[in-house]
Design a protein around this ligand. Structure first.
Ligand SMILES: Cc1ncc(COP(=O)(O)O)c(C=O)c1O
Length: 401
C-alpha cells in the first residue's frame, strides 16, 4: 500500500474538511428543515428562457459556442458585461481589465494567487465568507479580522488595526470585503463607511477586493454605491457572479480591476482551466442582451423579500429575550447572536434531532470567535418552512437557557 499521506502536498494540509459539512450531512434526512444551506430558490431559475437560449446560441453561433475560447472570456459576454455593469452602477475605468471566471469563487482564487505571498496579511470581516477564508489560507495568508456591527465592517476598528499593523511592520496586502448583503452577516455598508474604508486603503496602500455576488439581490430602497465606483485610484478589484442572478450551475463570474492585476489573473487561469465554459458564456451573454436577467431579478427581489420578512417575523415572534439578529436589506442570510452561554456548535445536534438545522457561526470567524452565533438562510426554504424552522429552533434555544 502506498502511504498517500506522505505524498500529499503541503497545500492540502492548509485547509481542513469542514466539520460543519460533516454535521450537515445529517440534514438530508426527510423531515428536517434546513436553514443551513445557501442555495438560491430553484423556482426562480428562468428555465424556459435558458432552454430557449441554449438552442438559439448553438444554432446561431454554431461551433463557436462549443469550441475552445480565449482565457479572458468570449467577446460577446465581455461586451455585455461592460454594458451590464454600467446599467448596475459599477464603474469600469479606462485602465481596467475584465475577465470571466468559473464562478466568483475562481475569481477569489485567482486574485489571491495573483496578489498573495505566504505570510501576507489579509483584512477580513468578522464574520466572513467561509470559502474566502479557505482560499486565503491556501496561499499561506494570515488574517487581520475586523469586527462588524449592523452596518457592516466597523471602519474605525479597521483604522486602529492598520495603525498597529504598520507599527509592527506587518505586510498587509489587501482588504477583502462583502459590502452589500453580506454572507453570512446580512449587513450592507452605508456610503460614509465605504468612503472611509477607501481612504484607509489609500493611506495604507492596500488593494480592496469587493466581493459582490448579492449586490443585485437587494430589496429595500436604501442608496449605496459600489466601492468600485467610489474608488479614485484603481485599487478596488470587483467580483461579480451569475450564480444568484441567473443560476449557479452556469459556473460563471467575473472580475474587473486594474489591467495589471487582471492580466496576472489571466496568466494563472490558463493553467487552471484554460477558460470558463464557452457554452454557458454564450448563453449568459444572450440572457444579458435580452434583459432576461434584469427581468428575473425583479421577481427574485419580490420572492426573497417575502422570505426575509417571514424569517424576521418568526424570529420576533418565537425567539426568547437575549437573542439578537441582523435585518438584511438583501441577500440570503440573517445572522443571529445568542446569549454568551450557548455554544451553537454543541446545540446543532439537538436542533437537528428536533428537525431544524443552521450553520454555527464560529466557522465564519478566522480567530475562533462567534461560539454563540449562527447563520440562518431564507432563500431556499419555503415561507412555511421558514416559520416552522424558526419555531423549532426557538424551542431548542429556550431549553439551552
Ligand atoms: C460572498 C460570496 N462570495 C463568493 C461566492 C461564490 O459564488 P460563485 O462561485 O457561485 O459565483 C459566494 C457563494 O455563495 C458567496 O456567498
Amino acid at each position: 500500500m502506498v502511504n498517500i499521506a506522505s505524498k500529499l502536498s503541503e497545500i492540502v494540509g492548509r485547509v481542513s474538511v469542514s466539520e460543519i459539512r460533516e454535521l450537515l450531512k445529517l440534514v438530508e434526512k426527510p423531515g428536517i428543515i434546513s436553514l443551513a444551506g445557501g442555495l438560491p430558490d430553484p423556482r426562480l431559475f428562468p428555465r424556459e428562457e435558458i432552454a430557449a437560449m441554449v438552442r438559439k446560441v448553438v444554432e446561431e453561433f454554431g461551433e463557436k459556442s462549443l469550441q475552445y475560447a480565449p482565457t479572458r472570456g468570449v467577446g460577446v459576454l465581455l461586451d455585455e458585461l461592460k454594458a451590464f455593469m454600467e446599467r448596475m452602477g459599477v464603474r469600469v475605468r479606462g485602465d481596467d481589465g475584465l475577465i470571466v471566471t468559473s464562478g466568483s469563487q475562481q475569481a477569489l482564487y485567482l486574485v489571491s494567487a495573483a496578489l498573495l505571498n505566504p505570510g501576507d496579511y489579509v483584512v477580513v470581516e468578522r464574520p466572513t465568507y467561509l470559502a474566502a477564508i479557505g482560499v486565503f489560507r491556501l496561499f499561506g495568508a494570515r488574517f487581520i479580522p475586523v469586527d462588524m456591527d449592523k452596518n457592516g465592517m466597523v471602519v474605525e476598528k479597521l483604522e486602529e488595526k492598520l495603525r498597529r499593523a504598520k507599527a509592527e511592520g506587518l505586510p498587509v496586502k489587501m482588504v477583502y470585503t462583502i459590502p452589500t448583503a453580506h454572507n453570512p452577516a446580512g449587513t450592507t455598508m452605508p456610503d460614509d463607511r465605504r468612503k472611509y474604508l477607501l481612504e484607509l486603503a489609500e493611506q495604507y496602500d492596500l488593494i480592496v477586493v469587493e466581493d459582490d455576488p448579492y449586490g443585485l439581490i437587494v430589496f429595500e430602497n436604501k442608496p449605496f454605491t459600489k466601492l468600485k465606483t467610489l474608488d479614485r485610484s484603481g485599487r478596488v478589484v470587483y467580483l461579480g457572479s451569475f450564480s444568484k442572478i441567473l443560476a449557479p450551475g452556469f459556473r460563471l463570474g467575473w472580475a474587473v480591476g486594474l489591467e495589471e492585476i487582471v492580466s496576472a489573473m489571466e496568466k494563472l487561469k490558463q493553467y487552471v482551466d484554460l477558460h470558463s465554459s464557452t457554452l454557458t458564456q454564450y448563453v449568459a451573454a444572450e440572457c444579458l442582451k435580452q434583459r432576461i436577467i434584469e427581468r428575473s431579478i425583479e421577481v427574485m427581489r419580490m420572492v426573497y423579500r417575502e422570505k426575509r420578512d417571514a424569517m424576521l417575523e418568526a424570529l420576533e415572534e418565537y425567539m426568547p429575550e437575549g437573542v439578537e439578529w441582523t435585518k438584511p436589506i438583501g441577500g440570503f442570510f440573517v445572522f443571529a447572536w445568542l446569549p454568551e452561554k450557548i455554544d451553537t456548535r454543541k446545540m446543532l445536534r439537538k436542533a437537528v434531532e428536533r428537525g431544524v438545522a443552521y450553520v454555527p457561526g464560529y466557522a465564519f470567524y478566522v480567530d475562533g470567535g462567534g461560539h454563540n452565533t449562527m447563520r440562518l438562510n431564507y432563500s431556499f426554504p419555503t415561507v412555511e418552512e421558514i416559520r416552522e424552522g424558526v419555531k423549532r429552533l426557538a424551542e431548542v434555544v429556550r431549553e439551552e437557557l
